[in-house]
Design a protein around this ligand. Structure first.
Ligand SMILES: Cc1cc2nc3c(=O)[nH]c(=O)nc-3n(C[C@H](O)[C@H](O)[C@H](O)COP(=O)(O)OP(=O)(O)OC[C@H]3O[C@@H](n4cnc5c(N)ncnc54)[C@H](O)[C@@H]3O)c2cc1C
Length: 358
């Protein structure tokens, strides 16, 4: 009999499992992937997220994480820069998620890999290839994937498609990108670009479905359209080697904060709140929620205590990020945003700080 079952071994689930196992609780994590995998993510980590990782004993430098100190906001051929008001790093999710889950195991959590949870009902998990597992206390950390019986009520998400690829840029472009996170605005979407470990870069972008279809409904067509529109991105991508196929995602419920509480069910990470991804704050929410849930359980609190604490922490940053995200999606506002950012870079840094959790 396990004290606590954790559904999903991403940043949220792994963080909570590690802290609970360290406190002597019997924890089992059910993770559907058999091995570390690439994830849809800009792979930017900052502020309190880095503190949470240090508390878990994750040595980001040893994993090859790249420091990021500045932000470059780009539209067409125009770019403006601002200092980041918090420390930041970038590291591939494949490396980070593997290190986190390994930490949880080292702390004593049992990890069931390669088993997907199909449904949850009456405190019991129905798991592919494993049968049933009693979960009087369930930490639901399956990210954007909902599980039957405990689905979120995320409403109608924006009609956006997300893409991610890793790139090997030509040397001068990699050198120009080093130390920066670039936020590139284009018609009906935006992209994030930064170096990660191993001399590679991460390109992650979100685009309206209508724009994607106008560009031929293919990744190649979209990239050709973006390079045409944005000279800066064209320069970065010239001669770069990318994955044969990008990862893709649709229907992300940006701005969602879960409202209900079910006895014994703690929603962590994206199951609890989904902050617009341009903030690079999703993993910080995941790690922070994992730490809060663990602390709550260790101190004898219930799911309602935890839900109150995590909602208090995320409400304002998610709301502000939602407003900025809507402004950035209005094509006519992108020019004024860039002009304002070049007149007042301190304002950009300040807004970035206000979207952080923890
Ligand atoms: C386009 C885009 C860019 C982003 N960029 C950034 C960024 O730069 N920085 C940042 O901090 N955040 C970013 N995010 C957000 C970030 O990726 C998420 O907020 C974060 O991954 C949430 O962590 P999690 O642990 O809640 O979920 P996840 O990371 O999704 O982990 C969930 C885990 O559960 C497992 N799982 C799922 N379903 C089941 C099941 N049925 N049974 C068993 N296991 C299951 C999965 O395999 C996975 O391991 C971005 C998101 C998007 C969409």
């Amino acid at each position: 009999m396990n004290d606590i079952v954790v559904a999903g071994g991403g940043p949220a689930g792994a963080a909570a499992s590690c802290l609970l196992a360290r406190a002597g609780r019997r924890v089992v994590v059910v993770e559907r992937e058999t091995a570390p995998a690439h994830r849809m993510c800009g792979e930017f980590l900052a502020g309190a997220g880095l503190d949470r990782l240090a508390e878990l004993g994750i040595d980001m430098a040893a994993l090859g994480a790249r420091p990021i100190t500045r932000m470059r906001l780009v539209r067409g051929g125009r770019a403006t820069e601002a200092a980041l008001p918090f420390p930041a790093l970038s590291l591939s999710r494949r490396a980070l998620d593997a290190a986190l889950l390994e930490r949880a195991e080292q702390a004593g959590a049992k990890v069931l890999r390669g088993h997907a949870i199909r449904a949850v009902g009456d405190g019991v998990l129905h798991i592919d290839g494993h049968g049933e597992l009693a979960a009087p206390t369930l930490l639901l950390a399956t990210g954007k994937h909902d599980v039957r019986g405990v689905r979120r009520e995320a409403g109608e998400p924006a009609d956006l498609i997300g893409f991610k690829t890793h790139l090997r840029l030509v040397a001068p472009e990699a050198a120009a990108l080093e130390g920066f996170v670039e936020l590139i605005l284009f018609r009906d979407g935006y992209a994030g670009l930064q170096m990660i470990e191993g001399g590679e870069a991460n390109l992650c972008l979100l685009v309206d479905r209508t724009r994607f279809l106008r560009d031929g409904g293919t990744w190649e067509g979209l990239v050709a359209g973006l390079v045409d529109e944005c000279a800066h991105l064209g320069r970065r991508l010239a001669g770069a080697e990318a994955w044969p196929r990008p990862l893709a995602i649709a229907r992300v419920p940006y701005g969602y904060v879960h409202q209900g509480v079910s006895a014994g069910v703690f929603r962590l990470g994206d199951q609890m709140a989904v902050i617009p991804s341009f903030t690079g704050g999703g993993m910080t929410i995941a790690l922070h929620s994992g730490a809060l849930a663990a602390r709550c359980l260790i101190e004898g609190g219930g799911a309602d205590d935890y839900a109150r604490a995590i909602r208090r922490a995320v409400r304002r940053p998610v709301r502000l990020a939602g407003a900025l995200y809507r402004a950035g999606r209005a094509n006519w506002l992108q020019g004024p945003i860039i002009r304002m950012a070049s007149w007042w870079p301190g304002g950009v840094s300040g807004l970035a700080a206000m979207t952080r959790v923890g």
